[in-house]
Design a protein around this ligand. Structure first.
Ligand code: SER
Length: 391
């Protein structure tokens, strides 16, 4: 099943069940929001999960692109990406967890053709403050899906304050053997869909208030689902990454799979961020973009400093801009990246010169890192990379 068909099937399923589609395009959160990037489909809906009526009603569906810097260090494994798409559904004070989970199960099994014997669920088992989620537990038992209760893993919040609640996650078995063990004990169970029962709001003093309206917020990771449905070991082997995974290795031959994945993920993410109008800078969103590009260049230059992003053809850029419905031209994105590459190249040269001074021959202390940063604009991670590879 192609990615486009997966998305269409998902949207049709929920639209046929009374959900209205809301736009879920840009990575930039609404004005006044404190986060840099949209990290989950529910993010722009926060006020409505806290009770504000939504103009389109109580059942919503969308496809939202998200960026999570918290996952940066996990990129390189089979499932984590910096920018990803989330298929989301919401019941704003309408139906409850049982209906949400039953629809989720039905769509996976009957809509997408996932073998029901390969599913496992987890539910919130309760803690000293909150009851166990017995409704979800019972629903899974009735559906014949094995279910594991946990505590921390099944509590969802988008930050220290705001709407939060117990969740129930659906996992698909991706191992070569018949399913065994449980999601918390075997990484071959891959989480694809999270159903959050948004029942509470956490205040700054930590107090958990029960919301007057009980809502459901679900998020299904598109790339992971596509990998499962296309029978691929990792998200990088799906059609979403095809032009990246074809052109990058033929051009630069990264020396190991996780470097290749990092380069493809970060470049693709950078394209989407630039496509949403961000340019590299030393603060905020621009700094996240800068870090992505510099991590790519650090990885590429580790083996061969003559490598340049200018050698990458436009095809992967165009593929990604198209996938995310962005109007930017591949040539424009490439210019932004090349500009950043030149800037970083000059910084690396200066860094090598400064670090070759006798003062920096031995171990570096905090004062050295501050001096290198404040006086020469050399961030700590670059200093460490240059010292690991002095050339
Ligand atoms: N908010 C939940 C998540 O991000 C479900 O959408 O996983």
């Amino acid at each position: 099943m192609s990615t486009d068909r997966v998305v269409r099937t998902f949207l049709d399923y929920f639209q046929q069940r009374g959900h209205r589609r809301i736009t879920g395009s840009t990575l930039l959160p609404p004005p006044g929001d404190s986060v840099l990037f949209t990290t989950a489909g529910m993010h722009p809906l926060t006020p409505h999960l806290e009770g504000l009526p939504h103009p389109l009603g109580r059942r919503l569906v969308n496809v939202q692109r998200c960026l999570r810097t918290t996952d940066l260090d996990e990129v390189g494994d089979d499932t984590h990406l910096t920018v990803f798409e989330m298929l989301g559904t919401w019941s704003l004070g309408d139906y409850g967890s049982s209906r949400s989970l039953r629809w989720g199960h039905d769509l996976l099994v009957n809509g997408f053709g996932v073998d029901p014997g390969l599913l496992h669920a987890t539910v919130f088992g309760g803690d000293e403050r909150t009851e166990p989620d017995t409704e979800s537990l019972r629903t899974w038992q009735e559906l014949g899906v094995p279910v594991e209760p946990t505590v921390e893993e099944n509590w969802w919040s988008n930050g220290p304050t705001g709407p939060c609640g117990p969740d129930s996650e659906i996992f698909v078995w991706t191992g070569d053997t018949p399913p065994r063990s449980t999601p918390t004990r075997d990484g071959r169970w891959v989480e694809v869909w999270n159903h959050v029962m948004m029942r509470h709001r956490r205040h700054e003093d930590g107090v958990l208030e029960t919301l007057p309206q009980q809502s459901i917020d679900t998020g299904l990771g598109l790339e992971r689902l596509v990998a499962v449905l296309q029978g691929k070991r990792s998200v990088f082997e799906t059609d979403l990454f095809e032009p990246w995974m074809r052109t990058v290795p033929s051009l630069w031959h990264p020396d190991d799979e996780s470097s290749l994945r990092l380069v493809c993920d970060h470049l693709r993410s950078a394209v989407v961020v630039i496509g949403d109008g961000v340019v590299p800078s030393s603060t905020g969103r621009g700094y996240v973009l800068r870090r992505l590009v510099r991590r790519v260049l650090t990885t590429l230059w580790r083996d061969d400093p003559s490598r340049t992003l200018g050698d990458l053809p436009e095809e992967p850029y165009a593929h990604t801009l198209d996938r995310f419905g962005q109007s930017g031209r591949p040539q424009g994105v490439r210019e932004v990246l090349l500009d950043e590459e030149r800037r970083f190249g000059r910084l690396v040269e200066r860094g090598r010169r400064v670090l070759s001074r006798p003062r920096f021959a031995g171990p570096l202390g905090e004062d050295d890192f501050h001096y290198l940063h404040d006086t020469h604009g050399l961030p700590r991670d670059l200093v460490l990379a240059l010292r690991a590879d002095p050339r």
